[in-house]
Design a protein around this ligand. Structure first.
Ligand code: PTJ
Length: 247
């Protein structure tokens, strides 16, 4: 589809087209488009910007990633389609392992998403071998890599479903979520929920990683002072403010 560059929603239209293409290629799940639409609606309510509270959460997420013993970043179809290069760069910078972990799981799709990441420059992608299980999930969605999620102490989960976020937290892992919905079970179950659009949140976390790299005391202070509940409340307030301004 031809999209005119001066269309006011040009970027959004291009992203939608790209995700639709990736559905045809089997990287993004068909319902990934619905998840994306929900994200767009929440982002609209945020004014499509990184709020001060989201920036604070991104800084605390960066602190956790640097403090972690075995940090892992999980990647699903939407995350790969929207932000493969950003996630790969973040994983290199921390450094953290990348694991493909899908909600709509078939061996073919796992392979496609792994190859998509590798095509964007990733190496050592985990996920093809699912040799561990997360307690508390009955379906094959419990499967994960022993070298990745299985061993991780800190897991960054962009756009994850609520059951798995809760299971990761119950397994004693520090869960860092990126999710535009401040009411989602994922955002609530996380230790840190970055309520921001993925393609803004990832480079922002990366910027904070560089800033905090040689500041261990600052990292620990940030972690000990952060409250996810309070941050989510600020995000809900920010959405209400935007709605009032627009009305
Ligand atoms: O590739 P798969 O099979 O692993 O499937 C991936 C999806 C995303 C389809 C699957 O995990 C799913 O169904 O997710 P949910 O439960 O719909 O949750 C997606 C969450 O991500 C929702 O709360 C959306 O608001 C949020 N979201 C969507 N797009 C973005 C986003 N958050 C940040 N940035 C976005 N671009």
């Amino acid at each position: 589809m031809e999209i005119s560059k001066d269309h006011p929603r040009y970027r959004s239209l291009v992203t939608r087209e790209r995700l639709s293409e990736l559905v045809r290629e089997g990287v993004v799940a068909p319902t990934g488009l619905i998840a994306h639409g929900r994200g767009e609606a929440f982002d609209y309510m945020l004014g499509e910007r990184t709020t001060p509270a989201a920036d604070e959460a991104a800084r605390v997420a960066a602190a956790h990633l640097l403090e972690a013993r075995w940090p892992v970043i999980t990647v699903n179809g939407n995350a790969a389609g929207l932000c493969a290069e950003g996630l790969i760069s973040l994983a290199r910078a921390v450094p953290a392992r990348l694991e493909v972990n899908l909600f709509h799981r078939t061996p073919e799709r796992i392979e496609r998403v792994c190859r998509y990441l590798e095509g964007a420059g990733a190496t050592d992608v985990l996920g093809r071998e699912q040799d561990a299980r997360l307690e508390g999930i009955a379906s094959d969605r419990a499967s994960c890599s022993a070298e990745g999620i299985g061993r991780a102490d800190v897991v960054l989960i962009p756009l994850e479903d609520g059951d798995r976020a809760a299971a990761l937290a119950a397994a004693g892992k520090t869960v860092l979520a990126i999710d535009l919905n401040p009411l989602s079970r994922t955002a609530v179950a996380a230790s840190v929920a970055v309520v921001d659009e993925l393609t803004r949140a990832v480079p922002n976390i990366m910027r904070h990683v560089e800033d905090l790299r040689n500041r261990p005391e600052e990292r620990r202070r940030l972690i000990s002072e952060f409250s996810n509940d309070r941050n989510l409340e600020r995000m809900r307030d920010a959405m209400c403010e935007t709605l009032h301004q627009k009305g």
